[in-house]
Ligand binder design. Structure first.
Ligand code: ZN
Ligand code: ZN
Length: 387
């Protein structure tokens, strides 16, 4: 059961919507025209309810099936990036410095395609909640939607999302149970020593030495404490101190990132960092404070829902074009918040050759739209079949 014929029939429409969105990208939570466009299409399709203004410009549309049943959530993100698009193409961005370089225009078009078919055919029980969210790119729009109460308000039982993936063969659907994408956190360390003459270090507390030793000790966490089969990154990316050759500075500043795929590992790393930072500084006669900022949590797929999604993917894409063990990557996704709130799965859809995500030459590959839309539709029809 490959691509749904009816969806193939409006492949051109999906392409047109996608290119319209690509030409008119918007950032973060300011997706006023984008949301208006999505709402206009959903009205044309005859969905049953549209709830807009959630998390500012997010929205949830409801399509009722035939007979009682649970509500399944399908999610697309709608925001673009602050990147200047390089190539000239008919649908090149008309908003200078803003560009759909992550393919969220394609995600939105695919979910619209699924919405049109589902509203037309209603070959399922229960309801579908189409979730169109703002601010995936750093603004935690997914978290804002969850906090606004969409999971409870619409009684969503499971959630599924897709991300396009350049470099993976066109049409290949891949995912894995468990951690798929990383938590992306940031840290800063403020070190206080005692400044003085560089020729008389005995009268000072050298914050440069404290910073160097902290940087080295932090590198023992991943190599000595994290399970070798697990994955984590700690990178110190900045050390600032001092002004010239003959003065020991009074303070130093450090910055860096931590990436983890398991919550337990993340908690352990934070605790170890606290101890290392505080105790090394104290041992050397100074003081240091760790400021740890949590970013998106890891995107962790639920095993049963992942298995189910893979089964559906095999029917849509074919056995050879589905893989159930793509390696986790250290990128991050705010769909993670939805997977913390409800069971579900996040899948990657290969788009073949071409510029990578967040690249100024990127363009979503419209050829895969019918695959993504068919996958969404079959998820619903298989999870909540009629009769
Ligand atoms: Zn992105
Ligand atoms: Zn993205």
């Amino acid at each position: 059961m490959p691509i749904i014929n009816r969806i193939a029939e409006f492949h051109d429409d999906m392409k047109t919507w996608r290119r319209h969105l690509h030409a008119n990208p918007e950032l973060g939570y300011e997706l006023h025209e984008t949301a208006a466009f999505v709402i206009e299409r959903l009205r044309e399709f005859g969905v049953d309810e549209i709830h807009d203004g959630i998390a500012e410009t997010g929205l949830v549309a409801i399509i009722n099936g035939r007979g009682d049943g649970p509500t399944i959530g399908l999610r697309a993100d709608m925001d673009a990036l602050p990147i200047t698009e390089i190539p000239d193409r008919p649908h090149k961005s008309r908003n200078q410095g803003v560009m759909h370089a992550c393919g969220h225009d394609g995600h939105t078009a695919m979910l619209l395609g699924a919405a049109r078919y589902l509203a037309e055919t209603r070959n399922f029980k229960g309801r579908v909640a189409l979730i169109f969210q703002p601010a995936e790119e750093g603004g935690a729009g997914g978290e804002a939607m969850v906090k606004a109460g969409i999971m409870d308000d619409f009684a969503i039982k499971q959630v599924f999302g897709i991300h396009n993936f350049p470099g993976m063969p066109e049409g290949l659907i891949g995912t894995r149970p468990g951690p798929l994408l990383a938590a992306a956190d940031e840290f800063q360390i403020d070190i206080t020593g005692k400044g003085g003459h560089a020729a008389m270090p005995n009268t000072s507390v050298d914050p440069v030495m404290i910073a160097v030793q902290i940087a080295q000790a932090l590198q023992t966490i991943v190599s000595r404490n994290v399970d070798p089969i697990d994955s984590a990154v700690i990178s110190v990316t900045r050390i600032d101190a001092g002004t010239t050759h003959n003065i020991i500075p009074g303070t130093a500043f450090m910055q860096g990132t931590v990436r983890t795929v398991r919550k337990e590992t993340q908690a352990d790393i934070v605790a170890r960092m606290e101890r290392i930072v505080t105790n090394i500084a104290t041992a050397l006669g100074g003081e240091a404070k760790l400021n740890y900022h949590y970013g998106y949590p890891p995107t962790v797929n639920h095993p049963a829902e992942t298995e189910f999604a893979l089964k559906v993917a095999r029917e849509v894409a074919g056995e050879q074009l589905v893989t159930d063990d793509i390696p986790p990557t250290m990128g991050a996704e705010d769909f993670a918040y939805m997977l913390e709130a409800r069971p579900g799965a996040f899948l990657c859809l290969g788009t073949g050759e071409g510029a990578g995500l967040h690249h100024p030459e990127f363009d979503f590959n419209d050829e895969v739209s019918p695959i993504g839309a068919s996958f969404f539709v079959r998820l619903v029809e298989t999870a909540q079949p009629v009769g």
